[in-house]
Design a protein around this ligand. Structure first.
Ligand code: ATP
Ligand code: MG
Length: 252
């Protein structure tokens, strides 16, 4: 699955790291988070990691031909998840091609139950390559006109290119009643219902600065509820339950 938004700063990395940490509880050692924000990725800093190896090593010839070598380049995090961090030097990120990203994601998907991809802002060639490999896309918008409009435009373009992954999860971040926009207005502009709302929360910005995602600790916070709801959408038990409910609704 991947976390996407045309606009920067709407909470992609916060969401991706928390989803990975949350899934680490469902499937310990069977989750990998990949930082595809190849120039200024901050998954490492959000998880307080100082990786020895990065994406540059993961797309090297030796790793691309050998699953064991690739695994040796991942960094293990305390939440029982593996991480593949962005290169430390933005120039190194430019040298990684879309084809390499495609191959890497295919390799990881055979080794891990969950591959969580964090992306940078914009629809770059790396992001398009990730979109093509993802079964699920988490689309993130802030609660402001500009990020809602950009997401709408982005979704329209991707639909034309037939690049929309099968399952969609729309997340409204920084959800706040005082912005002058209502959830209904946003849903109408997006042309899609909001699946999960995450309120603005000091706990989240504090967690980013500390490098400890909120789902890693037993914190009571309204944002934790939203993030937990999002993680549950990827739990197979939840999916089965939903499918059954849906079937019942169809039969009646
Ligand atoms: N719901 C929230 N409430 C308060 N702060 C938040 C919330 N969501 C994210 N933040 C904070 O906003 C900042 C930007 O979030 P984040 O880095 O996740 O965005 P991003 O979409 O990954 O940005 P970029 O496009 O630059 O990669 C971070 O400091 C984060 O802690
Ligand atoms: Mg980010």
């Amino acid at each position: 699955m991947g976390v996407f938004s045309p606009k920067g700063g709407v909470g992609k990395t916060t969401i991706a790291t928390n989803v990975a940490v949350g899934l680490g509880k469902v499937a310990p050692m069977n989750v990998v988070i990949v930082d595809l924000d190849l120039q200024f990725g901050d998954v490492a800093s959000n998880l307080y990691l100082h990786p020895e190896h990065t994406m540059t090593d993961a797309v090297s010839n030796s790793a691309s031909q050998d699953a064991m070598v690739l695994k040796a380049f991942l960094t293990l995090h305390a939440a029982n998840i593996y991480t593949l961090c962005a290169p430390l030097d933005p120039v190194a990120g430019d040298l990684i091609t879309a084809e390499q990203v495609t191959h890497l994601l295919q390799q990881l998907s055979t080794q891990f139950k969950y591959v969580v991809v964090d992306t940078g802002p914009g629809l770059t060639e790396h992001t398009l390559a990730a979109l093509e490999q993802c079964t699920d896309a988490i689309w993130v918008s802030g609660m402001d006109v500009s990020s809602v409009r950009s997401l709408r435009t982005g979704l329209d373009v991707l639909r034309k290119l037939e690049l929309i992954p099968e399952t969609r999860h729309v997340v409204l971040n920084f959800a706040d009643t005082k912005t002058g926009l209502s959830v209904q207005d946003i849903e109408a502009s997006l042309g899609a219902p909001i699946d999960v709302a995450i309120p603005r929360s000091k706990a989240l910005s504090y967690a980013t600065n500390r490098g400890v995602p909120v789902l890693q600790e037993p914190i009571r916070d309204p944002a934790v509820r939203g993030l937990t709801e999002l993680v549950e959408r990827f739990d197979p038990q939840w999916r089965d339950k939903r499918r059954k409910l849906h079937r019942r609704a169809v039969v009646q």
